[in-house]
Structure formats: structure tokens, C-alpha cells
Design a protein around this ligand. Sequence first.
Ligand code: F6P
Length: 344
Amino acid sequence: MKRIGVLTGGGDCPGLNAVIRAVVRASIQYEWDIVGIRNGWKGLIDGEIELLTDYAVSGILPKGGTILGSSRTNPYKNAEDLQKVKDNLKRFGIDALVAIGGDDTLGVAMKLNEEGIPVVGVPKTIDNDLSGTDYTFGFDTAISIVTEAIDRLHTTAESHHRVIVVEVMGRHAGWIATMAGIAGGADEILIPEVPFDIGEVCTHLKARYDKGKNFSIVVVAEGAKPKEGGMVVTQSDEKDEFGHVRLGGIAHSLSREIKNRLNVDTRVTILGHVQRGGTPSAHDRVLATRFGVKAVELIRDGNFGMMAALQGDDIVPVTLEEAVSASKTVKMELYDIAKIFFGR
Ligand code: F6P
């Protein structure tokens, strides 16, 4: 009899509960026990563990967020917490772990596996910036939310002849801004991968005004920055346990610059955590379910230190090292397609 622990770490997103449900349902066929670890790695430090039965996951597939809770706790921040993780794995008789998370959570999973603790990973983040997988679950839902927001902002921007600057999530990669910007017909898309020239942005927007299109939608990723430096805006100087500052607010700086340079009316919408809330899309429900089933198969086959990944239409194992090696940034041929529509 195996006992499998499952945890969800980092920023939450729609689809997490679909993974948890799949892990439990797929494990039952092997007559394994499944325990839920509360609040990511914090739950293993504090010993917050609960049995997950078939009944416990009934009805959670469409539910946003995670029934287990999440955190940005890093057990490698000190030796005492790391030892507590190892002690609690023994204390609760956990034979293997399913870690559902982004680069921070899976980075911890990789280190634990290197220390001999059997771990498999499932790629989660609305940012879609994990290497080794074409998509992470949560991303499709987020771009659907942002696309709908852009559609709605189009009508009010047009009615009031305004430039509306929409700030979306995406710390190191501008996948949400690029894909939702294309889907929503944005007139400018600014991403961390391509430092922007505010003068060029304003030239694009002015070109639209000059031909009578007296409104524009500018989509900017929270991690975007100008070529000349500065303007990377943070919410506070405090850093989380993985060293990340809280980004947010660049849209206001952009809006002021556009207003001052073009003498046009501007407004700002920062979508924030709306992008991470609510029920998962059908695509994310299926992808999350497939990832959860694959994670159980990896454990069944003793294939530890691996992550379930989407490549093409197939769910395949990739190493956790590959997954966390570097942020997967936006393909420039995709961004080049978006640029065709700037200033038109
Ligand atoms: O990592 C996903 C993410 O949503 C980022 O896009 C965003 O910058 C960050 O999490 C926000 O983190 P928190 O919810 O801790 O403020």
C-alpha cells in the first residue's frame, strides 16, 4: 500500500482542483491512500495533512482555487524547516509526493527529489512561463478572462475617445499580454521580453488618431519595462521567500506618459487577481485532469524527478530540472504577428 501526498504551491489558478481530483481518482484504482498537504510546502513544515477520499474531491472539478490552500513558503529558506519537511514525510508515512506548482514550487520539488525524496511535478501557472511544456493549466482561463475584459474596454474607450492601458499579470514572460492582446485586438502590447520605447508607443497611437481611430487599447504585462530603464513599478519593497517583489502599477506610469505626450484622455485598468479567479475553462479542466492522471502514472512507474508536460497533443514526462531551468519567454514570431497590428 502506497501513501501519496499532494500539495499546491505558489499563485493559485483555476484547474488546481481538477488536478487534485484526478490524482485521487486515478490513485484509487491502485488502492493507494492520498493525503492532502495544506498550503503548499508550509503544510509539510507544520504537519497540516488530511486524508483525501473520493468523497472529498466530489464536485471540485469546476471549482476555482485549491481546496488545499496554497502559500509561497520555501522550506529551503532554513535548515530547521527543511528537516521538519523530512520528519513529517516519515511521520505521516508519505511514500511519494505530487507537487503542483510553478517554478518556485517545482524548484523545491527538484531539490527534495535530489535528496532522495520521491517527487513528481505538475506544471501550474497562469503565466505559462514553465519550460518543457507547451502550456501550463490556468493560462487558457486567464487569457479568456483578459480577452473578455479587453472586449469590454474597447466599447468604453471608443465611446469616450480614450486610450485605456490594461495591466495584466506576467512577471518574467508576457504570454498573457501577447495572447490575450492578439485575441482582443489590442493596439499595443508591451511585454518583459521586449523593453519598450515610449516614443515609439506614442507614435503608433498617434498614427491611429491621425486616421480617425481616436481610441486605443494598450495591454502591458506587469513586468514590462522601458528601454531607458526605470519605470519597473513594484507594489512594495518586500520580497517573498523566493525573492520575488510584488509587481504592479506600470500601467499608471504609461498612462501619464501617453497623456502628457499626446494630450489625449487616458484611463487605467489593472486586472490583477481577477485573472486567477473563478472556474477553469474546459481546456484547462481537460489539461489539468490529464496532468493529474500522468502524475499518478509517473509514481506507479517509479519515474520520480519528472513533471507531466504537454508537448503537441501528448502528455509526456520531462525532468524537473528542465522545467525550472529558465523562464519560457514569448516566441518572437508570435510577438511579431502582434506587432503587425500596432498603430494600424
Ligand atoms: O506567478 C503567478 C502570478 O500570478 C504572477 O503573474 C503574479 O505576479 C504573482 O503570481 C502574484 O503573486 P501574489 O498572488 O502572491 O500577489
